[in-house]
Design a protein around this ligand. Structure first.
Ligand code: NAD
Ligand code: DAU
Length: 351
């Protein structure tokens, strides 16, 4: 079969990557989707069991830092496009050990850019770099992140992502590589590794464990359903302008404490517990170092230019997410055994 495009999705076994792979495999049967993933603690092929035998899907276990492995994948599969999601993604881990973030997020991205530059000739190509709103820093009570907001990263994670964005732009300006960037707010949904706020709280509520809220719980995040992020990536990849960045978000700001209390109420109902039972598990713990106060996205550009908008309300998306965790106990049991226990102990034991 000759493929219309061969799209290399990096980090396709992770949380967002698996939703992007699923969307692309199902929606574009004439594209070959090559999922390249190192399978770190965050990568899980069980996230993709429903597409693993599709004719247009290939999995390659490799590290984006491995130049020879990338060269081979580009040659073997004649890669025409890239959607780059592979990254170390957790802010708390970046505070404990920044170097892994530099190596994967910065060096890995440059390695991939260089491979695309060396492999691609004059034809039609897209290098879509998936990034975060955290590159813009922290907002006060007012205002929203726009595409023109100055970069002001404050954690090792966001500094590494900001650096990778700069390299992606540098390859566009210097070598003419056809890049696109998306900067998205906090995602939530199925297959989310329970080191992040929402899946961690769902898992702890179910298991009646303390709910560790950092500081006073007043920090604000702008939450977007992961499937809506995947559809935004699809839209930008196909219709976004080369050389441009697009902010993606849900205009859906919540303080952490309000969100945790909402989850408690939702789960009390679903688990048949007394009203207010789970809220008693809320425990305020030592704040995250350098904790950004507020993120909020102005998504006007993607909404007006590309006609994208979120498909569900937060309440709908959150309920379907909670239902997924309640129905997929095997998945959650597996990812919370082994390394996760040591991680959890180290991160929360003396917090
Ligand atoms: P994740 O941690 O769930 O998944 C990351 C994936 O990358 C895993 O499958 C992992 O195995 C793979 N990976 C890590 N290092 C690798 C390496 N060296 N080589 C190859 N593969 C490697 O992350 P996520 O939450 O799905 O985030 C995906 C991307 O989206 C990241 O670039 C992140 O910065 C960005 N992003 C995330 C959010 C969010 O809310 N989670 C929001 C905006 C942007
Ligand atoms: O904004 C996009 C970013 O969102 C992505 O780029 C990152 O990859 C992703 O991890 C996420 O970063 P955050 O740091 O915002 O997400 P996290 O789920 O770790 O934390 C959300 C908020 O909840 C934050 O204010 C810290 C707080 N928190 C988190 C955890 C894990 C707690 O209060 N307790 C916790 O146990």
């Amino acid at each position: 079969m000759s493929w219309k495009r061969t799209v290399l999705v990096t980090g396709g076994a992770g949380f967002i990557g698996s939703h992007v792979v699923r969307l692309m495999v199902n929606k574009y049967p004439d594209y070959r989707i090559v999922n390249l993933d190192k399978l770190t603690y965050a990568g899980n092929l069980k996230n993709l069991t429903d597409v693993e035998s599709a004719a247009n899907y290939v999995f390659v276990k490799a590290d984006v830092r491995d130049t020879e492995a990338l060269k081979k994948v580009f040659e073997d599969y004649e890669v025409t496009d890239v959607i780059h999601l592979a990254a170390e993604s957790h802010v708390d881990r970046s505070i404990e050990g920044p170097m892994e973030f530099v190596l994967t997020n910065v060096v890995g991205t440059v390695n991939l850019l260089q491979q695309a530059k060396e492999s691609w000739g004059e034809g039609e190509h897209v290098f879509h770099h998936v990034s975060t709103d955290e590159v813009y820093g922290s907002l006060g009570e007012e205002g929203l992140f726009e595409e023109t907001t100055s970069y002001d990263p404050r954690s090792p994670y966001s500094a590494s992502k900001a650096s990778s964005d700069h390299f992606v732009r540098a390859y566009y300006h210097t070598y003419g590589l056809p890049i696109k960037i998306s900067n998205c707010s906090n995602n939530y949904g199925s297959h989310h590794f329970p080191e992040k706020l929402i899946p961690l709280m769902i898992n702890n509520i179910v298991n009646k464990k303390p709910l560790p809220v950092y500081g006073k719980g007043e920090n604000i995040r702008d939450w977007l359903w992961v499937n809506d992020h995947a559809s935004a990536i699809d839209t930008i990849f196909h219709n976004g302008r080369v050389g441009e960045a697009y902010n993606v978000g849900g205009l859906n700001e919540w303080t952490n404490i309000d969100l945790v209390r909402y989850l408690c109420r939702l789960l009390d109902k679903k688990l048949g517990r007394a009203e207010g039972e789970s809220e008693e598990l809320v425990t305020f713990v030592t704040d995250r170092a350098g904790h950004d106060m507020r993120y909020a996205i102005d998504a006007t550009k993607i909404e007006q230019e590309l006609k994208w908008k979120p498909s569900v309300t937060f309440e709908e998306g959150l309920e379907s997410t909670v239902d997924w965790y309640l129905e997929n106990t095997e998945w959650i049991d597996e990812v919370t055994s082994g390394e996760y226990r040591a991680y959890y102990e180290e991160m929360y034991q003396n917090r």
